[in-house]
Design a protein around this ligand. Structure first.
Ligand SMILES: Nc1ncnc2c1ncn2[C@@H]1O[C@H](COP(=O)(O)OP(=O)(O)OP(=O)(O)O)[C@@H](O)[C@H]1O
Ligand SMILES: [Mg+2]
Length: 313
């Protein structure tokens, strides 16, 4: 559905400020609804104004090594092709945001990167995704090892119905790590996920007693505990209120110093706030991938321009 760019006349700091007022003063539900309305809105005004409040663009490194180099990727759900000849270099210690209309293949693409699609009967992948010289899609690829190296965080937080501590310790216990290592790593992972101070006094409480935003940071901590190289995030904040969203965005801006991150988002403001590179998908094709500031300010393709200015999608 076409949207009017002129309806957008707030920068994200104003948006968040209003959201905080709303949560604190009036109604958290209103704030959540407002956040949902903000989703899918095109960027308004000058993207550099919006990005100016955040530092993500300052972290752009055009010489960064490529962590996963995807070439000629085709993906099929049975007879239905969902991805067409996708090529994208996912750069080390950079955030790559993936945007595009619903059903364009963003989640499908993300799931090819840790072979989560293998679980879907009849699915088929062609092409290469080179990580340290080996093809992720090779039939000899050790998938368990791959999923340790390429962790994933989903749209809805999905903690195990276990204690906070046991959620983080889970993967480490499977790996047979000693208790002292587990204890140390649980604390470090919770610190890295900006959750430690909120939970340090109740590590044995159920993870399900945490708020949605805390649960999502717990899931991030759980993914970090097994020391991945790459973190995949599929709309990690779309089920959260604006304050929890801001915390996740700040966290991503910290984590990028140590991890390669690929994030799917419907929210173009979010892409511009957290990412250094953005890829635009349309109907299973990667139309364009560029440094985020270029993609939003100087899109190379007409389809990208139409999408970011709200003419379709
Ligand atoms: N398990 C599946 N079996 C068959 N087709 C699927 C399956 N999952 C997704 N698809 C189809 O593949 C295409 C891409 O879907 P995908 O979920 O990757 O899109 P998306 O860009 O993530 O969309 P959204 O923004 O709504 O999450 C869609 O046409 C979808 O219907
Ligand atoms: Mg999706």
């Amino acid at each position: 559905m076409a949207m009017e760019p002129s309806r957008l006349n707030q920068n994200p700091v104003q948006q968040q400020g209003q959201a905080i007022q709303t949560v604190v003063g009036v109604s958290a539900q209103n704030a959540v609804n407002e956040a949902k309305v903000q989703e899918q809105r095109p960027l308004e005004g000058s993207p550099s104004d919006i990005m100016g409040h955040f530092d993500a663009h300052k972290l752009l490194d055009t010489n960064a090594d490529v962590s996963i180099d995807v070439q000629h990727l085709n993906f099929f759900y049975g007879a239905k092709q969902a991805l067409y000849d996708v090529a994208i270099p996912l750069r080390e210690r950079q955030v790559t945001a993936l945007i595009g209309p619903s059903g364009c293949g963003k989640s499908t693409f993300l799931r090819t990167l840790n072979r989560m699609n293998d679980l879907i009967p009849g699915s088929r992948t062609e092409g290469t995704a080179l990580m340290d010289g080996t093809n992720i899609y090779d039939k000899n690829q050790d998938v368990v090892l791959l999923r340790q190296r390429v962790g994933m965080v989903f749209q809805r937080p999905n903690p195990f119905p276990k204690s906070i501590f046991d959620n983080i310790a889970y993967g480490l216990r499977i790996q047979g790590k000693p208790n002292s290592y587990i204890k140390e790593t649980v604390e470090q992972s919770l610190r890295d996920a900006a959750l430690w101070d909120e939970v340090k006094d109740r590590l044995n409480a159920s993870a399900l007693s945490l708020s949605g935003g805390q649960q999502q940071r717990l899931c991030i901590a759980r993914a970090l505990a097994v020391k991945p190289d790459v973190l995949l995030m599929d709309e990690p904040a779309s089920a959260l209120d604006p304050i929890a969203t801001l915390k996740i965005e700040e966290l991503i801006t910290e984590l990028v110093k140590d991890y390669t991150i690929v994030i799917v988002t419907h929210n173009m403001q979010q892409a511009s706030r957290v990412s250094q590179y953005t890829g635009f998908f349309l109907s299973g094709k990667l139309i364009e991938v560029s440094p985020t500031v270029d993609l939003f300010e100087r899109p190379k393709k007409k389809e990208t321009e139409d999408y970011i200015s709200g003419r379709f999608g």
